[in-house]
Design a protein around this ligand. Structure first.
Ligand SMILES: [Fe+2]
Length: 227
């Protein structure tokens, strides 16, 4: 039984993270982790909190040399979060040298960058996450300029480590994110009678910062550095 509530974790996240896109990224990873927990007989609350908090300190301490996720690890330990959660957060930063061993650790790595990539895909689709297919995500993966900071190798390696077929992996994560689409995608402007009267959703993924996927608009927790 988890001592730390989801509400407490959310308050902590909001205290440390002001960026809406980074908050959405962590919510997306939470959703994907909860979706995966039953497949590995995991505790959905524990897996969800691990996803929700994995980039807790990224906004405050983005420097990988001596920052993220070291401050988060200390804070989470101090607050009594379970050692499995703390270790999983450490293991998603390969440069800390904590190997990904448990299914929860492997799932976190597998869904982290992919969640950002799928949100980036959704952002340039008129229907967003609704009706998105693995095929369409794989097509975007072949476009090098799209969400260029996301390592395609990490996406496929994550699924392989987890032992899940890549198409199935895409289906699971798309579906998990689609269920919470209202939280995960920023509101788009209402269609206007006069197309020039309001800004329209951009077709350029680089124009809007996307957590974990867009190239350079703001510090990105998921990147080719394998954070
Ligand atoms: Fe992340």
């Amino acid at each position: 039984m988890l001592q730390n509530s989801r509400g407490e974790a959310w308050d902590l996240l909001c205290e440390w993270t002001q960026s809406d896109s980074l908050r959405r990224h962590m919510l997306a990873v939470e959703a994907a982790m909860r979706a995966y927990a039953p497949r590995f007989d995991g505790d959905a609350d524990l897996w969800g909190l691990t996803g929700l908090l994995h980039d807790l300190d990224y906004e405050r301490y983005p420097n990988l040399e001596d920052g993220h996720p070291r401050y988060a690890l200390r804070e989470l330990e101090t607050r009594g979060y379970p050692p499995e959660l703390v270790r999983a957060v450490a293991s998603h930063a390969p440069y800390l040298g904590v190997p990904r061993e448990s299914p929860m650790e492997q799932a976190l790595f597998a869904v982290d960058e992919l969640s950002g990539f799928i949100l980036a895909c959704a952002y340039v689709r008129p229907q967003g996450l609704v009706g998105m297919t693995p095929k369409s995500v794989k097509k975007k993966m072949k476009t090098a300029a799209f969400a260029a900071a996301v390592s395609r190798d990490d996406l496929t390696q994550g699924a392989a480590e987890l032992g899940v077929d890549f198409d199935e992996h895409l289906t699971i994560v798309i579906s998990a994110l689609a269920e919470r689409r209202d939280e995960l995608l920023p509101a788009r402007p209402e269609p206007s009678a006069d197309p020039a009267a309001e800004p329209q959703p951009s077709a350029d993924p680089a124009a809007e910062p996307q957590p974990g996927a867009a190239p350079a608009a703001e510090p990105q927790p998921a990147s080719s550095d394998g954070i």
